[in-house]
Design a protein around this ligand. Sequence first.
Ligand SMILES: [Zn+2]
Ligand SMILES: [Zn+2]
Length: 187
Amino acid sequence: MDAFELFTASGAKTGIWACGRCRCVHRKKDHADGCCQCIDCKIESRAQHRLRCEPCGKANAEKQNAEQKEKERVAMEKAEIVDGEFGLFYGDKYLREVEDVDGELYPNDIAPEFCFAAKPIRFRKWHVYTLLDSKDEEYGLEDPGEITFEGLEDLRTAFVTFNLVNEGRAMCFTIDYTKKVRTGGPQ
Ligand SMILES: [Zn+2]
Ligand SMILES: [Zn+2]
C-alpha cells in the first residue's frame, strides 16, 4: 500500500519498491501495492499475517460458513440411511449412541431428523523407522546412519506384535458425509 520507489544515493531509480505502510521492500511495484492491502476490497489495510481487512475477513468467514452449510445440506439429502454402528456426529460432536443426542439439545430444541454417521479411522501399522525418523527430526540429525542404537531387532519384533494386536482397531472417528443416522422426526 502507498508504494514508493527506492532511489540510489545519487538519485537514480532502482526499480525496487517499498510498501508505504510496513516499509517492506518488494521487487515489483505490484507487490508493494498489494502489501498490507486487503485482497478483497483492495482499499483497506490488513493486519500482518492476515489476507483481508476486518470487515472483508468477517464477510469471507460468513460466506465460507454458508457454503459449508449448503454443502452439508446437499450431502445430508443424498446420504444413505444407516443404523450408526460407529456412532454419529451432532454438529462436530461425536456421540456413541443415537440416544446421546437428547443430552446435547437445549430446552425446547427438537432433535434433527438425521445426523451424519461416524466412520472409524483405523490404526495403521507403526514401524521402527517412523520412530527413528521422528528422533532424527527432534535432534536435527541429517543422516539416520548416525544413530547406532542397540536392541533395534527387539524393538522391531515388539512392533510386529503391537501391530498385530492392534490391527483394524478404531483410533478415532470422523464424519461420514455419505451416511446418516435417524435421530428424530417421524419414526
Ligand atoms: Zn506492507
Ligand atoms: Zn477489505
